[in-house]
Structure formats: C-alpha cells, structure tokens
Design a protein. Structure first.
Length: 240
C-alpha cells in the first residue's frame, strides 16, 4: 500500500512539474540551462577557423547573443527563429541591451509539428553556411507538439546541407536527434566532433559540431591545447 501510494505521489508530482513548465513555456518565462564554457570555446574557435558568411539558428537563446555579435561585426546575414512570441521579445530586449541588432530574432510559431515552414524558408539566408539546430521545443520536453524530426522539415534542412560549412546540433543525448545530426553532417561532407556538457546540476547534454575534415583536424588540435575534451567517436562522449 505504501509503495503504491508513493508511486502515485511521484506520478502526480511529475504531472504538476510538466504543467508548470508548460505554463512557463507558453508565457516565454521558461529558463533553460546554458551551454558550458567549453562549448563557447569550441564555437568561437570554429567561427574563427571556418568564418561562415551566413547563419540560420533554430531556437533562440544565449547562443543568439553570441552569434548575433559575430554576424553584426562581420556584416553577414543571420536569422534566429523562435517559436514563442514572448521569449522572442525577451531575446530582442537582450540583444538591444548588448548593442546587437534585435532584428536578428524572428518569431515563427509552430504549425503542426514544426515551425511555420514557409516563414522559415522566407527568412533563412541562402546559401546557409552555419546551421545551428536547437529547436523547436515540444514533444521531447513534454511541452507541446513541436518535433525536431518532422519529415517535411528534415527534407528542407537537407536542401540546405550542401552549402553548410559549420553545423551545430544540440541535445544529442536524445537518440531521436542523433539520426538527423548524422544525416545532415554526411550530406554536407562534414566531420562531426562531440562535446559533453552539463547545462545545470544533474543534467547531461551532448552537442555535435561538424566542419570540413581539414577544419576538424585544426579544431581538434586547438581544443586539445585548450584542454577542451571533444570526441570524434560519439561512443566515447562522457566516458572520461
């Protein structure tokens, strides 16, 4: 009886937490754990080595400020797509406070299981040389219908892949995202590097950053010198 009661309380607690998170997400108040210092070292090195001339980001966040600063200083095209209107507004305020153009952030709602594809297509720079995938939020987080691996969206993302010179895909600790990341890297002839990080205590994330093989060798050497553990073999991630 006690075990059954405890299990029931645990299920109720999970439902309450999910509803609370869903409410915060709908209001644009949900705060996500940020990527590690090691990731920003990896990304800044990749930007310097690859020097992409156009950027599309799916899922705004701290990376938006970083990429927006790079885009503004390099004078290149950048579009960051955010599904939540209120969070998009918060991101624009954040960019403006950091003296970065707030016009980089675009609110594009979910239509079905992905962003409004027509709107994303109209905003995406072509060719796209840096593709940063960290959205949409939805089914994987139990926060709505959004699905990163929606078939129509995946077909369109593959149409970008031939021009992508720097690919970043977050949340590879979720197996549903691994196939998408691998197929996009392969379509662009890019070599992946994997980084394990902790967005908050008790949580684990894996991010993939893929570049041309020659750039991957340089990037791996830079990270080795800086003490940033990146792996070519995803099975080794988190093993150390």
């Amino acid at each position: 009886m006690r075990a059954a009661a405890a299990a029931a309380r645990q299920r109720l607690s999970k439902r309450v937490r999910r509803r609370y998170q869903a409410g915060r997400q709908s209001l644009g108040l949900q705060t996500w754990g940020t990527k590690s210092f090691e990731f920003w070292t990896l990304l800044s090195s990749a930007l310097w080595i690859v020097r992409p001339r156009s950027i599309l980001e799916l899922g705004s966040g701290r990376s938006t400020t970083y990429l927006g600063d790079y885009a503004q200083k390099e004078g290149i095209s950048f579009a960051s797509i955010e599904q939540n209107r209120r969070f998009a507004y918060r991101m624009r305020l954040s960019l403006r406070a950091g003296f970065v153009d707030p016009g980089y952030v675009h609110h594009v709602p979910i239509r079905g299981r992905w962003y409004d594809l027509g709107r994303v297509q109209s905003l995406a720079p072509r060719p796209c040389e840096l593709l940063f995938l960290d959205g949409p939020v939805g089914q994987q987080e139990s926060l709505g219908p959004g699905q990163r691996t929606d078939h129509a969206a995946v077909r369109w993302l593959h149409s970008l892949a031939a021009d992508v010179r720097l690919l970043v895909v977050d949340d590879l600790q979720r197996l549903a995202n691994v196939g998408l990341a691998d197929s996009l890297a392969a379509a662009g002839g890019l070599e992946p590097l994997y980084l394990d990080y902790r967005p908050r205590p008790g949580a684990r994330n894996v991010v993939m950053l893929a570049v041309a093989p020659a750039h991957a060798q340089i990037l791996h050497s830079v990270c080795s010198e800086a003490g940033v553990a990146v792996y070519r073999d995803p099975s080794l991630v988190g093993a150390s």
